[in-house]
Design a protein around this ligand. Sequence first.
Ligand code: IMP
Length: 420
Amino acid sequence: MVDVVLGLQWGDEGKGKIVDVLTPQYDVVARFQGGPNAGHSLEFGGNKYVLNTIPSGIFHEHCTNIIGNGVVIDPVQLKKEIEKASATGVDIKKSLYISQKAHLILPTHRLVDAASEAKKGEHKVGSTLRGISPTYQDKIGRSGLRVGDILTDGFATKYRNATNIHCELLNSLNFEYNLADHEPAFFEAVEFLKQFKIINSEYFVNDLIKSGKKILAEGAQGTLLDIDFGSYPFVTSSNTITGGACSGLGISPQHIQKVYGIFKAYCTRVGNGPFPTEQENETGEMLRKLGHEFGATTGRPRRTGWLDLPTLKYAIMLNGVTDLICTKSDVLSGFEEVLVCDRYKIEGAETSELPYSMQDVKLEPLYRSFPGWTGDLSKIKTYNELPETFRNYMDYVQSQIEVPVNVISVGPDREETIIR
Ligand code: IMP
């Protein structure tokens, strides 16, 4: 059987920690989309680790970790990540499996990402500049290079043909670059990757399912960044929803059982695009400060705002969420009042549905206010020990979303987790 864990907002919901907490129940953790634009933070034993491409089960010895075909891999970045994780004593050669059908991020993809964002000027998406969009464009355009290609004799030629096209584009955009600066590290990383298990992952995953293993499919980014259903064009370039786990791992929907949806007790967004409940004021500043809301991958300050129920309900619907997990509840401690947006006013009419395009309509979030709470929640172990004001807030959220909130995370450490 396969369970899926994914984000219900604009990413950064705390997926890394939750996967790490859930992993003891699973034999396998498999990433199904995205690439090193992700930054999954894990904390245990007083140390913090950030994973970009490697699945978050890597620090559990029993766990098999798969990078699925739906992921895009930057060999240079993955090499660095493997070296860092190996330094903690993890045997990556034993536990990491890489799909031969995962697409490769070439140095020129990163350059094209930078050039096209620069060209868009104030309309830029605010990409992480990791080459994600150009790599997925080549995949869909049927001209991408895949991990399996590095094991073939013609790899150098395929690489040169692909990069020549990218260079033509870069030249036409008058973008200054020197490819020679990037290529030695790229080819060194490609050689490095050859020592790992590069496999036909769809057979591998389905054999694991047949033999009764429990698989956790790990999503990256969040539902509101999904290429089809997110706030287009301010999205990433892959399907971040449950459906992405099927195409990104080669599994049938029939195998999916639980879908864990993760949401933060408030909202954040990095990069540009609509954010109805954004607080560009002292409240937003306080959320950013208390929640350490700075990108795990890029270090950029995250935009912050109140919890938005219309988007949360939309994400629950698209993903078929069975279990909700609320993270960073501790961050709201100390606010005099806590707001939740439960509907919008769009062009004068109230609704709880998302419009076709949030950025092109006059959208006003309508809030319900709750008295805040104080004190350190991080050592609390049961729901009933939480302050009554917190429970009033959470019970209201629960009543609106009709799916049980089974886990409440009250701090970054594995231990700081309340299971209901
Ligand atoms: P890209 O995926 O790097 O092309 O970025 C597209 C948009 O998605 C930008 O607004 C990024 O800030 C955002 N984004 C991409 N990956 C993540 C993530 O892992 N967490 C949060 N936002 C992300």
